[in-house]
Write a protein that binds this ligand. Structure first.
Ligand code: NAD
Length: 508
């Protein structure tokens, strides 16, 4: 297929997918053009919201809150159930948009939409399980209990690399918890956001829920700041770089709002001498090169025991050299493009720094397909052998670079693993249960996610997702993550007819 033919097909696919999701293309058209990283070509224009639009959208969400708060949670769950059905029906259309805007392979894009469907399922069940606790009161004839109430307006700021799943993680739970949601997607993924929002609008209309409960802001980081500053927004759930979190966190804290921060990772894996190397190889290559290294959970640091280092490294290099890089829609392609030129430049700068710090590039790092797609940035994922964990290895470069280091002692490897500022995901490959348990113990990995014989990426929605240290401390998705979207009310009921005071205090 020629480049021109590819372009035409891409725009056509995007238009078809948007229309199938119920988006009126005459309304979508606007000045804010979204480009595809596959070709660098502009796709379909989107509107750009003004400061007044942002203010009005937050106002609509705030206005819709009381009615939604007072809707029984299981009924709120029915709305999310319908949304999940629509997401299932339009799975392929949404995946087409994710591929066009982010460059994910169809398999990974479908997987991302599946995460939306999975969290909708989980949230529907959760809508009947917003459990509080009762505690024994120290006073006779008293009942002490904790009840979870809806919080208010939730602002969701999402990153480009999971353009739809992260919104769904937040929104499916926030809606069953009785909150209303204002979404600011990444600038480069506005079209998939418009489609997802249109499907939610349809579910809202069909279920008779208040219209204002979901709002979409098509704006840049400046507009996003308005959302962050607004005292009507009770919780800001922000996913993106540590830099963004550093800006957002203090602004929300200054107005005593709540944050849920899901920030950068710099994920490591340890390969022990007893590891099944076939399994480790597959786990490492998927985690490090999948999604062209553009996952927050991408594997960036590999610590291999010196007894197996040569053997494993050679195999990873061979696998990297055989990876098919290119248009993600083509059969056999496993590595799509980087999101933009800035990302490519960041990768090149990191590779130069790594070499200056004593590293040796073992494979990859070069730009590919520049002749076919001059406005797109394809790179072969890079592996760099590092003599030690130098300054560049402490940074998250959001592109496919895997730094490989060797170790001799597990405690030393765990200490090195934990010696970076980020704390999202981690893994150990071992057949030694004692080693696995040490890694999972409180003295082991300091990350929010710790895996055994699985790579660092590809989490399921049933567990809570998030990380420690500069990753921000937030938890989304399963387990108790729903509690972030509610406020606990501690209630004491006195049915004794007396007024005994707590701690035996006497007064009137
Ligand atoms: P980014 O920080 O550039 O942008 C993320 C979002 O924040 C965008 O919507 C952006 O417009 C907005 N934004 C940026 N500055 C802002 C500000 N000062 N105030 C308000 N909003 C602001 O990140 P990106 O390049 O889109 O995504 C890649 C980063 O996201 C990586 O660091 C990756 O690790 C991280 N990420 C983390 C997770 C996680 O769950 N921990 C998931 C996905 C991505």
């Amino acid at each position: 297929m020629t480049d021109t033919a590819t372009r035409t097909a891409l725009v056509d696919d995007v238009r078809t997918a948007l229309e199938a999701c119920g988006v009126d293309l005459s309304v979508v058209g606007g000045d804010a053009r979204v480009s595809s990283p596959i070709t660098g070509e502009p796709l379909v224009g989107a509107r750009l919201d003004t400061v007044a639009d942002i203010d009005a959208a937050i106002g609509r969400a705030a206005e819709a809150f009381p009615a939604w708060r007072d809707t029984p949670a299981p009924l709120r769950g029915q709305l999310v159930k319908r949304w999940g059905e629509l997401l299932t029906e339009h799975k392929v259309h949404l995946a087409t948009l994710v591929t066009a805007e982010v460059g994910k392979t169809p398999s990974e894009a479908l997987g991302e939409v599946q995460e939306m469907i999975d969290i909708a399922d989980l949230a529907v069940g959760q809508s009947r399980q917003l459990f509080g606790k009762t505690m024994p009161s120290e006073r006779p004839g008293h009942r002490l209990q904790e009840v979870w109430h809806p919080l208010g307006v939730v602002g969701v700021i999402s990153a480009f690399n999971f353009p739809v799943a992260v919104y769904a993680w937040n929104t499916a739970l926030a809606l069953v918890c009785g909150d209303t949601v204002v979404w600011k997607p990444a600038d480069v993924t506005r079209l998939s956001a418009i489609a997802v929002d249109a499907l939610l609008a349809r579910a809202v209309a069909e279920s008779g829920a208040p219209k204002g409960i979901h709002q979409l802001l098509l704006t840049d980081a400046d507009g996003s700041r308005k959302l962050v500053e607004d005292p009507r927004v009770a919780l800001v759930s922000a996913t993106g770089s540590v830099r963004m979190g550093r800006e957002v966190g203090p602004v929300v804290a200054a107005r005593f709002g709540r944050t849920l921060l899901e920030l950068g990772g710099n994920n490591g894996a340890i390969v022990a001498p007893s590891a099944d190397l076939d399994l480790a190889l597959r786990g490492v290559v998927f985690a490090a090169a999948g999604t062209a290294g553009q996952r927050c959970t991408t594997l960036r640091r590999l610590f291999v025991h010196s007894s197996v280092a040569d053997q494993l490294t050679k195999r990873v290099v061979a696998a990297y050299e055989s990876l098919q890089v290119g248009d993600p829609r083509e059969e056999g392609v496993l590595v799509g493009p980087l999101v933009n030129q800035r990302s490519y430049e960041a990768q090149q700068a990191a590779l130069s720094a790594a070499q200056e710090q004593g590293g040796t590039v073992l494979a990859g790092g070069d730009r590919e397909l520049a002749d076919v797609h001059p406005d797109a940035y394809y790179v072969r994922p890079a592996i760099v052998s590092m003599p030690e964990q130098t300054a560049i290895v402490h940074e998250e470069t959001f592109a496919p670079i895997l730094y490989v280091m060797t170790y001799d002692d597990l405690d030393e490897a765990i200490a090195l693993h934990n010696a970076v500022p980020q704390g999202l995901s981690s893994a150990i490959f071992t057949s030694d249960q004692g080693e696995a348990e040490r890694f999972l113990s409180s003295a082991g990995s300091d990350c929010g996610i710790a895996n055994v014989n699985i790579g660092t990426s590809g989490a399921e929605i049933g567990g809570a997702f998030g990380g420690e240290k500069e990753t921000g401390g937030g938890r989304e998705s399963g387990s108790d993550a729903w509690k972030a979207y509610m406020r606990p009310s501690t209630q004491t009921v006195n049915y004794s007819g007396q007024l005994p005071l707590a701690q035996g205090v006497t007064f009137i």
